[in-house]
Design a protein around this ligand. Structure first.
Ligand code: NAP
Length: 265
């Protein structure tokens, strides 16, 4: 019988790394991806120490379409894939007036286009394999539900991931593949080193932030229970519903709070 793997992108850091450790401690065999070779190797070593059955580290920048295709091909050549957990992504928090075409393109390509391509590619591969029950998990964001200044493009990519997850689930409804969408609020990871270079953004949302380990725990539970989507922490889901009832007032308040430096996600 061939080996069955959990595939995790963005596993060299943050949420993907925490989820890799969670799955490793449950004895899964993993294929992990990231760009940074040393950090990915360190995650592999730690995952093996935590009890992973086997760990294959695949180092590549998946924003290149050919490399993304080669990665998917590699994964299915190793055996069956029971989970495809797509944690790769980045943020770029700045005013839209200051963003270039190249910045907008890179965010949209990496966060949204690549998510759609890899999901399609892994769904197609999973449908053709023997494993009976499989799952695709995508990471959207609270930013896709509640929009704030300096995150218009990032928020649009994440609203897109959320919508795509809902559509993907519809297309795969009567198949062996379930689709889970995770919508985290601010999480204390190196994400902010890239998204928020001067550190001001994270300073403002620190009090509302959670840890990658908590997100990984919720992800594992959501997948196990076949939950369609999970907002972490849950109160952001409630805030989003209240905002939907009174968007004019809600967005005025968000803007005021943001201007006072109280709340920026
Ligand atoms: N942190 C938050 O507050 C937060 C909130 C909501 C949603 N999210 C979402 O959660 C996901 C994970 O974020 P995180 O907080 O864990 O961030 P992180 O710590 O910066 O990790 C991002 C991961 O994505 C990988 N990556 C980025 N671009 C890549 C590319 N082109 N090819 C291959 N790998 C690439 C990075 O690899 P290398 O480091 O090896 O380059 C890293 O492993 C992202 O989709 C993010 O948008 C984060």
């Amino acid at each position: 019988m061939s080996q069955t793997y959990t595939v995790i992108t963005g596993a060299s850091s943050g949420i993907g790394q925490a989820f890799a450790y969670k799955m490793a401690s449950q004895g899964h065999a993993l294929i992990i991806n990231g760009r940074n070779k040393e950090r990915l190797q360190a995650v592999k070593d730690q995952a093996l120490a935590l009890g992973a059955d086997q760990v294959l580290a695949y180092n590549a920048d998946l924003a290149d379409g050919d490399k993304a295709e080669a990665f998917a091909k590699f994964c299915f050549e190793q055996g069956d894939i029971d989970h495809f957990v797509h944690c790769l992504g980045f943020g770029d928090f700045s005013y839209i007036q200051d963003q270039s075409y190249a910045q907008i393109q890179k965010l949209t390509h990496t966060n949204l286009l690549l998510t759609m391509f890899l999901s399609k590619r892994f769904a197609a591969g999973m449908l053709g394999q023997a494993t009976v029950k499989t799952n695709i998990t995508l990471i959207a964001s609270v930013a896709g539900l509640i929009q704030t200044p300096q995150s218009a493009v990032y928020a649009a990519t994440k609203a897109g991931v959320h919508a795509f997850a809902n559509g993907l689930r519809q297309d795969l409804w009567n198949t062996k593949i379930t689709v889970t969408c995770i919508l985290p609020g601010p999480v204390d990871t190196p994400f902010f080193d890239v998204a928020d270079k001067d550190g001001a953004y994270f300073e403002n949302v620190k009090a509302f932030s959670t840890t990658p380990e908590i997100v990984a725990e919720k992800m594992a539970k959501a997948i196990e229970k076949d939950q369609l989507e999970v907002v972490v922490p849950g109160y952001y889901g409630l805030m989003s519903r209240v905002l939907g009832l009174a968007p004019t007032l809600g967005y005025r308040l968000i803007h005021l709070a943001y201007e006072k430096g109280q709340f920026r996600d």
